[in-house]
Write a protein that binds this ligand. Sequence first.
Ligand SMILES: NC(=O)c1ccc[n+]([C@@H]2O[C@H](COP(=O)([O-])OP(=O)(O)OC[C@H]3O[C@@H](n4cnc5c(N)ncnc54)[C@H](OP(=O)(O)O)[C@@H]3O)[C@@H](O)[C@H]2O)c1
Length: 240
Amino acid sequence: MKKCIIIGASSGIGREIARLLIDDGWQLGIAARRREKLMETQQLAPDRVSIREIDVTDSSAAESLNYLINSVGGMNLFIYSAGIGWQNRELEEEKELATVQTNATGFARMTGEAYRYMARNGGGQIACISSIAGTMGLGPAPAYSATKAMQQTYLEALQQQANQRRLNIQITDIRPGFVDTDLLGHAHYPMMMKVADAARLTLTAIKKRKPAATIDWRWRLLTRAWKMIPKCIWRKMKIS
Ligand SMILES: NC(=O)c1ccc[n+]([C@@H]2O[C@H](COP(=O)([O-])OP(=O)(O)OC[C@H]3O[C@@H](n4cnc5c(N)ncnc54)[C@H](OP(=O)(O)O)[C@@H]3O)[C@@H](O)[C@H]2O)c1
């Protein structure tokens, strides 16, 4: 069975993964808030792609996810690629709280529903695009880095629980560095990856059923190095 649901598939990494899975013969259910963007991807394989307008911050989003799963006729891979984030040194309340709503509350709502569905239906794989930002607290983007850390801890907890309950559920935490997408406003950042490369590496990690994968190798080295920095030094470091 090759049936995948992608939340956050209207642009960026999620949209690119959808395109790769279409080429690979998958049946897809794709969701986000911008219906017209989802329709563009649906045009690529109208008989294999179902779409649904879902806002993960809406309390009815889990119900919509079930509707989408039914349209596809099942789900054995769930990918959560919805996310927002800003550098927000001023801690503008609206931005901080919106980030928590989407990346933490929306993530728990949708991933929880996918997990419960798989627990009832013989298992499957859940992947989330978290970020290298979740590996340490980042001063320029407090809510973003905190919500990504929440995702990473939550995913680890889900895997432990699935193993304890002997559920056939595999969890994959994808942690990309900078990727050239709308999220970054297509501005220049160091060690920036093309979205096509990030999506390809993401799918490779998902197919290998890796528990966690940092994308790409340069970011893997960097995050390993910065995790060795003592916290007393990290707290004083200037991160731009
Ligand atoms: N770009 C990077 O450098 C980078 C690095 C590490 C991790 N990531 C993570 O990768 C994921 C995908 O981001 P991206 O870089 O591909 O950016 P993107 O192009 O902005 O994609 C974000 C996706 O999330 C969806 N989304 C946002 N709010 C939503 C909501 N309330 N309900 C449903 N869908 C929502 C957007 O769709 P609609 O606006 O149509 O709803 C869009 O499809 C995010 O979680 C991001 O944190 C990105």
